[in-house]
Ligand binder design. Structure first.
Ligand code: DP6
Length: 359
């Protein structure tokens, strides 16, 4: 699929009203997307686990646009009108209008809510932008019922990417690749695809417990962060490393070698932060408790031989990843040893999930 394949031929804007609801999950990258080119093209391929419990539910209700304004919409979070979200949505609509020519024909009322607290420091852009893109694809399908499910999902991912890069990995599950990689058949910079190769049962129902170390606003927006990779002295080496790590993961997923898996994901997390620490301007997004947790995880792993590992996003929270068959012991360790490092002892228990659902 190329970009132009996502421009619909002819849609009859015959529908007067309608309402569509989707719930779409968050995702956690194992190989990180950090650095992008124009039009939300990633500088390197990434791969993520789709999550299950952390999700956004969005309903759009449409009626004919009778206003003069080019894009007409209102947005509500948990029932409260959020005009401060409007510029982001407006930018998104401008980017995707070419692919959804009906956008100006309708007024949209967008109602959204997240399962995770707004102030948890968990970014809602992946689940939020993917849920909105799916709702818009439901409008396209209502106007053109002939489109296939495969096209629907691929275009939803393509649109979500234009809202927020990582959002394109939230449409389906359970393992999603975004960004062209020479060994991964069908991989594309334009949308996420399901990981196409064999995955060992060690990864079934893999756990992700998210330790909320810092629930504050992000210190550096991801857009600013990605831009810091332009002219970064280590950028090219980092992009090459991401390709190599994707390569290595192919055999790791097949064999189920969890020790090798942990090495890759922890190195990815620390490299992401190392990139931020070595950019200009430079940032430290980890907090003292992030490091405490990492050390506790390493000590516990050495003592027990259990397959507990971590990854980080562009913030201080820690995602603790482990196989289902060790979950009892590791959950106890999290409760007894790691929870104390979280704000108000707050953590979220999640696991690998299978993608968005129409409601
Ligand atoms: C560190 O997808 O939030 O979570 O495309 O600018 O919206 P934009 O960035 P975003 O970046 C996510 C970065 C990351 C790594 C990842 O999810 O791969």
């Amino acid at each position: 699929m190329k970009e132009n394949d996502f421009i619909p031929k002819a849609l009859d804007n015959s529908i007067e009203k309608g309402s569509f609801t989707w719930s779409s999950p968050s995702n956690i990258a194992l190989v990180k997307y950090w650095g992008k080119k124009e039009n939300q093209i990633p500088a390197n391929p990434s791969i993520s686990f789709t999550l299950d419990a952390c999700k956004t539910t969005t309903t759009i209700s449409l009626s004919k646009n009778i206003a003069d304004t080019p894009f007409s919409f209102d947005i509500f979070l948990d029932g409260v009108q959020k005009d401060d979200f409007k510029p982001k949505i407006e930018t998104f609509f401008k980017r995707i209008e070419r692919y959804l020519p009906f956008l100006k024909t309708y007024h949209f009322s967008i109602e959204t809510s997240n399962t995770f607290p707004h102030s948890s420091g968990i970014a809602s852009s992946a689940s939020g932008m993917s849920a909105l893109s799916l709702c818009l694809m439901s409008v396209e399908k209502a106007l053109n019922p002939g489109i296939t499910d495969a096209y629907f999902n691929q275009k939803a991912s393509f649109l979500a990417r234009l809202g927020s890069g990582s959002a394109c990995r939230s449409i389906e599950g359970d393992l999603i690749v975004w960004g062209a990689h020479k060994k991964i058949t069908g991989s594309s910079d334009l949308f996420g695809i399901k990981y196409p190769f064999e995955v060992h049962s060690n990864f079934s129902n893999y756990r992700d417990t998210i330790l909320l170390v810092d629930k504050g606003e992000k210190q550096v927006s991801s857009t600013v962060g990605h831009n810091l990779m332009h002219g970064h002295p280590f950028a090219q080496q980092r992009f090459n490393q991401a390709h190599d790590n994707m390569d290595d993961l192919i055999s790791i997923f097949k064999s189920g070698d969890l020790n090798a898996f942990i090495k890759i994901i922890e190195s990815e997390a620390l490299t992401l932060h190392a990139m931020m620490m070595s950019s200009m301007p430079y940032f430290i997004l980890m907090k003292p408790n992030t490091l405490q947790i990492i050390n506790e995880i390493w000590n516990f792993r050495t003592e027990t031989g259990l397959h507990i590992g971590f990854t980080l996003d562009a913030g201080a929270n820690v995602h603790v990843l482990y196989p289902e068959y060790e979950a009892d012991q590791i959950d106890t360790f999290i409760k007894e040893k790691l929870a104390q490092y979280c704000q108000n002892n707050h953590f979220i228990t999640d696991k690998i999930g299978f993608g968005a659902k129409a409601l």
